[in-house]
Every structure is written in C-alpha cells, then in structure tokens.
Design a protein around this ligand. Sequence first.
Ligand SMILES: Nc1ncnc2c1ncn2[C@@H]1O[C@H](COP(=O)(O)OP(=O)(O)OP(=O)(O)O)[C@@H](O)[C@H]1O
Ligand SMILES: Nc1nc2c(c(=O)[nH]1)N=C(CO)CN2
Length: 209
Amino acid sequence: MKAEEWEPYYSEILDFFGFSREDDERAAQILAELLPRDDIAKLRDAVWGRDCIVCGNAPSLAAEIRSTDFSGKVIIAADAAARVLLHAGHRPEVILSDIDGMDDDFLAMNDQGTILVLHAHGDNIPLVRSWVPKVRGPVVGTTQATPLAHVYNFGGFSDGDRCVFCAYELGAAHVTLIGFDLDDRSVDPVKHGKLMIARKLLKLLGHDV
Ligand SMILES: Nc1ncnc2c1ncn2[C@@H]1O[C@H](COP(=O)(O)OP(=O)(O)OP(=O)(O)O)[C@@H](O)[C@H]1O
Ligand SMILES: Nc1nc2c(c(=O)[nH]1)N=C(CO)CN2
C-alpha cells in the first residue's frame, strides 16, 4: 500500500487509541539503530509468486491447522501463532511480530531460517531494545509510521493484518487466512478494537473475515 493511501487509516488509528505518532517514529529510529542487518531480499524471495497461508492467533488456530494442507505453501505466522504452528510440527517461513509474543522459541526458529519481521511502535520500545540485539538469523524491521532506510511500512496494524499486507506487498500470488476470529468475545476491549481495525484493513485487500 502506498504511503499516501496508508496515512488516513494510520491517522484514524492514532486518534482511536490515543497513540503518539512521535513515539512510533522514535521506536522506528531505535529499531533502525539496533537491527543487525536488512534481509528484505530474503523475505521477498520467500514470498514472491508463492501461495501463502497467513496464520492469526485465534483460539481456533490449532484445530484449523489440523484441517489445512500446507504443502507447497509459504507459512506466515502472526506473532504467537508461530508457537502454535511449531507445536503442531510446522515451523513458519516468516513471523511478523510486534515482539510482545516473542520468546526463545522465536530465536530458535530464526536460527533454523525463519525470517523475523519485527515491528517497532511507541509502546514496545523496551521490547525492541531487549530482543532485537539477540536476533542471529534473517530479520527485517517494520514501522506503521514513516518508513526509514531499512525499516519498512507495508501497511497494516495488528500482527495478523500486517502479515497479509506484507505478503501482497512482496508479491505473493495468493493469500489464504486461517486462525482469524475477529468476533472473538474472549478478548479485552483494546484487543477487540484492534480486531475491528484488522477487519476493516483486511477488507481493503479483498478479505472479508
Ligand atoms: N481471536 C483472535 N485473537 C487473537 N488474535 C487474533 C484473533 N483473530 C485474529 N488474530 C490475529 O492474530 C494476531 C496475533 O495474535 P497474538 O495473540 O500474538 O496477539 P497480539 O500479540 O496481542 O497481537 P497484536 O499485538 O498484533 O495485537 C493478532 O495480531 C490478530 O491480527
Ligand atoms: N503505538 C502502538 N502501536 C501499536 C500497538 C500499540 O499498542 N501501540 N499495538 C499494535 C498491535 O497490537 C500495533 N501498533
């Protein structure tokens, strides 16, 4: 999504949650300084022209994994969905994370080749500082604010919808979604708000979830 197309959605999100654009920009700057490298070419190679399955972390994910045929597909995990996939025997090719679900499993998957797409925002700066220096494998940085030289904005907000924006932006041939239950009543009000925004953003890409 072009920057000028993303801007009105981003402005609305900032207003809705009371987030600070300046804090998001500061977080992106910090991420840029801490990233060991920029593996955007590897990420593009993994996704370009491929059929991708994006996995959200709804409670239904484990069951949906059991009824999904992953053969020949690129698995893209939204944050903690990566652990559910791993426990079901599927190491994702790509994980997008705003780092709040990150743990040593993510580093172990990254050591085996999983590309970590790490997102900085105004409310995760301590997580950026503590986890980014530990990354040894392929890594790409993202922001929801103005992009920097090696910190990309593919569009999207929550980890799940950002996965879908990222896949299309990098040339995926086809994107299937599993593990998205945006009407999930078990989540807190802030998360509910994020899932409603995910629905609106995914609709822009032709996914009615
Ligand atoms: N019912 C659901 N509950 C949680 N996540 C969901 C659900 N349905 C879809 N998702 C997607 O799965 C993504 C990863 O979920 P996770 O549990 O790791 O949440 P999170 O770390 O709180 O996500 P975020 O920080 O992006 O809000 C979410 O960003 C969201 O887009
Ligand atoms: N500033 C800010 N940005 C975000 C936040 C958040 O809590 N604060 N949460 C997100 C997905 O959970 C994505 N972006």
